[in-house]
Design a protein around this ligand. Structure first.
Ligand SMILES: C[C@@H](O)[C@H](N)C(=O)N[C@H]1[C@@H](O)[C@H](n2cnc3c(N)ncnc32)O[C@@H]1CO
Length: 147
């Protein structure tokens, strides 16, 4: 899993079109969204993550919370982003893993937003620009490391 973390004044998105055959069903109001004072997590779920989804989910939640506490962000935004890897997991697995990351962050008490899965989206973001405002993390399941 590849994560790009941007501490932002705001993130806003607008759904433009379906990008896969069966995108996540969304309501009219979910076609646009905005969150302020937020740590945005752009996440690409990778093929290797399919070997141990549970481990990748818990490590991702841990990493995101670690950064959120350092930058003192109470709001986190999970953004499915298929552009951080050339070895992507298939959409069904990716959607489930991202849903669990979202749920995991909520369980830890964060105010969590998410962008819909499986769409082309326009987005605007305002990076805060401080030294910890732009970070990336790579998560690989333990078993896969031995290969
Ligand atoms: C396209 C661009 O504007 C938009 N931002 C986009 O990326 N849309 C992605 C994700 O929402 C989702 N998706 C599919 N596979 C994956 C994956 N392995 N990991 C994460 N998301 C995925 O399906 C869409 C098409 O790949």
């Amino acid at each position: 899993m590849r994560i790009l973390l941007i501490h932002s004044d705001y993130i806003e998105y607008e759904v433009k079109d379906k990008a896969i055959k069966n995108p996540e069903p969304i309501s009219e109001e979910e076609k646009k969204g905005r969150m302020d004072e937020v740590l945005v997590a752009f996440i690409s779920v990778e093929k290797v993550d399919e070997t141990n989804p549970e481990e990748v989910v818990s490590k991702a939640v841990e990493e995101i919370i670690n950064v959120a506490s350092q930058v003192k962000a109470e709001n986190v935004f999970v953004y499915p982003f298929a552009h951080l890897s050339s070895e992507l997991a298939k959409p069904s697995v990716a959607q489930e893993i991202l849903r669990k990351v979202y749920e995991g962050l909520k369980e830890k008490g964060y105010n969590v937003g998410k962008a819909p899965f499986g769409y082309y989206k326009a987005f605007k973001i305002s990076c805060k620009g401080h030294p910890l405002a732009e970070l990336s993390r790579t998560i690989i399941p333990e078993g896969a490391k031995e290969e």
